[in-house]
Structures are given as structure tokens and as C-alpha cells.
Design a protein around this ligand. Structure first.
Ligand code: MSP
Length: 516
């Protein structure tokens, strides 16, 4: 028996010091939608998300609230988990970097990096941004000596650090990117990384003195130093893959055969803010320990609020759970994924949200209610045995467009093609006029064909929209007399005749009547 294809999809792990907002929700929903799409196609998916719990930022946030770091992390990890549950995120593992297996894997990874001669100690001088958890050199600084990314004041630091010989891998990395044009998508991000790699790459500081940053994983070869939080965080992708055995004895480095694990990841989904860490630090670290690189990196754009950057300090963050309360989980999922062209920026406005909600209600919700109520009215709820092929061309064309878009990671285009099919099917209702056919007994055969065609189209629609709106599409499939939404590959082949249909109530009712 051939095995199901395996796919490993990751999100960034979110800092455990902020509330989940629509930016985090978007990344996680994008991953969830792609994971559901793959599962629908029969793949054995490992979908990983989690929280990034070490480092100075967390240490200071906990101090401010009078909590120990782990108390803060416990609270925030629970908050992220809860948000993802409400948004119907079906991750397979929620990684916390304070978990014992991760601590062991980080130790094994760094032991191996060191054993291969890629680590050395040196004095570091530079400007540190606690918010971004990264160093800047003098020439990077923004006007007034501020952080060039977030405009916050920096701290000048001089201390002992261990360094990874990242510079050694520059040529190999450039070659990898040039030989794999799809490794980083979209192309703008790929070009950005190649541009960055035109300058000589420096080595990477991978540790902090414990006296300054105590909330971190001790280095296996110097317990007075803690692991730089970005190195710790990136390794989470390996921990969850099972490529490194956390229970191995300290002297063997615990590297299992990668072939038996989920490594390499098929897709790292990240925001455009963290491309360098994922497309430069991470692959070179993997080269350093001799592990294969992730197969693909998708860097999506940034959500703004109106024209402003969304941030805690501006007090304009949009809470996904509030939107969910008002419009329902699936409408929020739809809005975020349909509105943002995958890879580009998008601006959140309540007006655009409402426009996308109306589109759902008027095109998709309306179609489902209309078709099911006609079957109930004209054929007592049983789909007649007519020719269901009336929309064959549109269905085949849509499936092709949908698969092509999803495979190219252009999710908004996939969703657009699904909505286009719903529009075409509404058009078919208008032109076939089942209500007119129902008045003329001699045209019963035509009515049967129209109703069978419409049912088949709705079954396909339920499968197309399922990855983005699993709850509503399960409701639709139940209304069509199916136990579950069929896999997309099978949907167009389901025989509609004989299905017991009941009238589907409005899937996207007026907001005040929404039941989340
Ligand atoms: N902890 C690091 C990631 C480590 S991964 C090994 C981190 N965390 S974060 O909480 O600051 O944000 C992570 C991700 O959230 C971003 O890369 C991006 O995917 C998403 N977003 C945060 N704000 C966002 C917007 N305003 N818009 C879109 N996505 C944004 O970085």
C-alpha cells in the first residue's frame, strides 16, 4: 500500500508577552487553511505552532507584572491556545520553548555545532533592541540612535558572547537560493535576501551572559551563558520534527536519521518582518550541523490598521476574538485570507470587513438557502435523478484554478476562484429558472437536471471553501444530506440523486443575529 504524502507546515512561534492580534491570527490561519487543503488531498500533515518563551523581553515583561517568567509564559501560552481554539485552528502540536524536550534538543544542536568547529567566543560591542531581541551596529541605527525597525531606544552593550561562523556559509546559501527560485516566496522577499547577501555576512552571536539574560537555555559548553532567543526559537521546528532525540546521552549528540523524522519542513510560514532570521540565520545554522534545509519559506505581508502600523503602543491592535464574537469564526477567517493578497500588505478597515461579509452572505449564503429550499419545495427534499452535468465546465475550470493557486501559495486567488464559482452557480439559477420549470409538468426532466446540477455544484463548493470555513461548510454539507464535507478530489464525483436535503438557514445572517 502506498503511503500518504507527508507534509510539515509551521508558523512562527509567538512571543509570550503580547495578546494575539489579527497579525498573529492571519499567519496561523494561513497555515491552517493550507494544512486543511493538504489534509483534504489525503496528506499526512504535521502542523506546528506555539509560543516563544525565552529572552530578555519576556524576562522584563514578567518583572513588570511582578510574575516569574514561567508564570507569565503559562498565562500567555494558554491565551494563544484559547484564541486558536476559538478560531478553529487545527494544529497538531503547540510548541512551548520551555518544554523539556525542546531544552534537550537545543543542547544537542549546539553541542554538535560546536563539535564541528563552528562556534567561538569573542567580545561583542553593539546596540541592542530588547523589543526586536536583536543587535544593531552603529551604521544601522535610525536618526537619534533609535532602533531602525521599531524606533525604540537601544542599549549599548559590551560583553562576552559565543558566535556561530555564519559567514562561512554565505556562498553555500547564495548558491542554494539561486538554484531554488521558489525557496523563498514571494519573489520580492527572495530578492531582498539576495540583496542582503551581497554584503559580507557577519558571524552570529548565539549567546548572552547569564548575568544579563538569565531567562534562557544554558549553553551546553558554558553554563554562564544562555542561548540567544532567536537560535532557541528557530530550533523549535526541529524539536517538533523528531529529527533529534531529546533523550539521547549527552555525549552522543542525539541526531537520529532524518529520514525517519518529519524533517525537513515543507513550509515555514512567516511574516515579512522575520525573513532574515528564517532565510539566513536558520539555513546557515542547519548547514552548520549538517541537516537539510526547509523546502520552502512563505513570507506574507503586514496588516496595518487603516494606514497605521498595528502596535500595542499605538493602542490600535485589532482583536480577532472580538470580530469573531460579532461575525462568527468563519467570517473572520474568510476576511483575513481573502482580503490580503498572499505575500502583500493589507489594511484592516471595518468597511472592508463588512464588504467581505456581505459577499459571503449575498453570494454563498444566499445560494445555499435558495437551492436547498427549492429542492425541499419542488422535490420534497430529495435530490431527483437528473443529469447533474449542467455546470461541468465551470466546475472543472474552477478546480484547476483553485489547485494551481493553492499550490503556488496564492491562497487569496484560490478563494477568489471558489467565490467565482458560487457567482456562476447563482447565474445558473437565474438562467435555468427552476421556479418556471416547476410550473410546467412537461418540463419535469429539465427541473430534475437543474436541481441535480445545483446540488452537485454546492457539494463542490462546500469542499472548495472547507479549508477556510470548516464550520460553515460542515453545516452546508449536512444540509445537503452528507455526513461530512467530501474531499475535494471526490466532490465532483458524488452522485447527487437521492440525497436528503433540508433547507439551510442563512449561513451568514445579519451581524446582530450571528451565532458564533
Ligand atoms: N517570536 C518571534 C518568531 C520566532 S519563530 C522561530 C516573533 N514573534 S511575534 O509574536 O513578534 O510575531 C510573529 C509573527 O506574527 C510575524 O512574523 C508575523 O507572521 C505575525 N505578525 C505580527 N504582527 C503582524 C502584522 N501586523 N501583520 C501581519 N502579521 C504580523 O517574531
Amino acid at each position: 500500500m502506498s503511503q500518504a504524502p507527508r507534509t510539515y507546515i509551521t508558523t512562527p512561534i509567538y512571543y509570550a508577552n503580547g495578546e494575539p492580534h489579527i497579525g498573529h491570527a492571519y499567519t496561523t490561519l494561513l497555515a491552517d487553511t493550507l494544512a486543511r487543503y493538504q489534509r483534504q488531498a489525503g496528506a499526512d500533515v504535521l502542523f506546528l505552532t506555539g509560543t516563544d518563551e525565552h529572552g530578555q523581553k519576556i524576562q522584563e515583561a514578567a518583572e513588570k507584572r511582578g510574575l516569574s517568567p514561567i508564570e507569565l509564559c503559562d498565562e500567555m501560552a494558554a491565551r494563544f491556545r484559547n484564541a486558536w481554539k476559538r478560531l478553529d485552528i487545527g494544529h497538531d502540536r503547540f510548541m512551548r520553548t520551555t518544554e523539556a524536550d525542546h531544552l534537550a534538543v537545543v543542547g544537542a544542536f549546539l553541542t554538535r555545532l560546536d563539535a564541528r568547529g563552528h562556534v567561538y567566543a569573542d567580545t561583542y560591542r553593539g546596540w541592542y533592541c530588547v523589543h526586536e531581541e536583536r543587535f544593531w551596529t552603529e551604521k544601522d541605527l535610525a536618526v537619534g540612535g533609535l532602533c531602525p525597525t521599531c524606533d525604540r531606544p537601544l542599549r549599548e552593550i559590551e560583553e562576552k558572547n559565543y558566535f556561530f561562523r555564519m559567514s562561512h556559509f554565505q556562498g553555500d546559501l547564495v548558491r542554494h537560493i539561486e538554484e531554488h527560485p521558489d525557496w523563498i516566496v514571494p519573489e520580492t522577499r527572495r530578492n531582498e535576501v539576495l540583496g542582503f547577501l551581497q554584503k559580507p555576512l557577519s558571524d552570529l552571536s548565539i549567546s548572552r551572559p547569564r548575568a544579563r539574560v538569565s531567562w534562557g537555555i544554558p549553553l551546553p559548553f558554558d553554563s554562564n551563558q544562555t542561548t540567544y532567543v532567536w537560535v532557541d526559537a528557530l530550533i523549535n521546528y526541529l524539536t517538533a520534527s523528531g529529527a533529534i532525540d531529546p533523550n539521547a546521552a549527552a555525549d552522543d549528540q542525539g541526531f537520529d536519521d532524518v529520514a525517519g523524522s518529519r524533517w525537513p519542513a515543507d513550509l515555514h510560514i512567516i511574516g515579512k518582518d522575520i525573513v532574515t532570521t528564517h532565510a539566513v540565520y536558520w539555513p546557515t545554522l542547519l548547514m552548520g550541523v549538517g541537516l537539510p534545509l526547509p523546502k520552502r519559506i512563505l513570507a506574507h505581508g503586514w496588516w496595518t490598521v487603516g494606514r497605521d502600523k498595528m502596535s500595542k503602543s499605538l493602542g490600535n491592535t485589532v482583536d480577532p476574538l472580538e470580530l469573531r464574537e460579532e461575525f462568527g469564526t468563519d467570517a473572520l477567517r474568510w476576511y483575513l485570507l481573502r482580503e490580503m493578497p498572499t505575500g502583500s500588505d493589507a489594511s484592516y478597515t471595518p468597511e472592508r470587513f463588512l464588504a467581505r461579509y456581505d459577499e459571503l452572505a449575498n453570494v454563498l449564503g444566499n445560494l445555499a438557502s435558495r437551492v436547498t429550499s427549492m429542492i425541499v419545495r419542488y422535490r420534497e427534499g430529495q435530490v431527483p435523478d437528473g443529469d447533474p452535468g449542467g455546470l461541468d465546465g465551470a466546475i472543472v475550470g474552477t478546480l484547476e484554478r483553485f489547485h494551481a493557486a493553492m499550490t503556488a501559495l496564492r491562497v487569496h486567488e484560490g478563494l477568489d476562484s471558489a467565490m467565482d464559482l458560487a457567482r456562476t452557480v447563482n447565474g445558473y439559477v437565474e438562467t435555468s429558472e427552476p421556479w418556471a420549470l416547476a410550473k410546467t409538468p412537461s418540463r419535469g426532466g429539465e427541473l430534475d437536471a437543474a436541481l441535480a446540477t445545483l446540488t452537485r455544484a454546492l457539494v463542490v463548493i462546500s469542499a472548495l471553501f472547507f479549508p477556510v470555513m470548516p464550520g460553515k461548510m460542515t453545516e452546508l454539507a449536512a444540509g445537503l444530506g452528507l455526513n461530512e464535507v467530501p474531499p475535494l478530489q471526490a466532490a465532483a464525483r458524488i452522485v447527487p440523486a437521492g440525497l436528503r436535503v433540508r433547507k439551510v438557514p442563512p449561513l451568514f445572517p445579519k451581524p446582530e443575529a450571528v451565532d458564533t
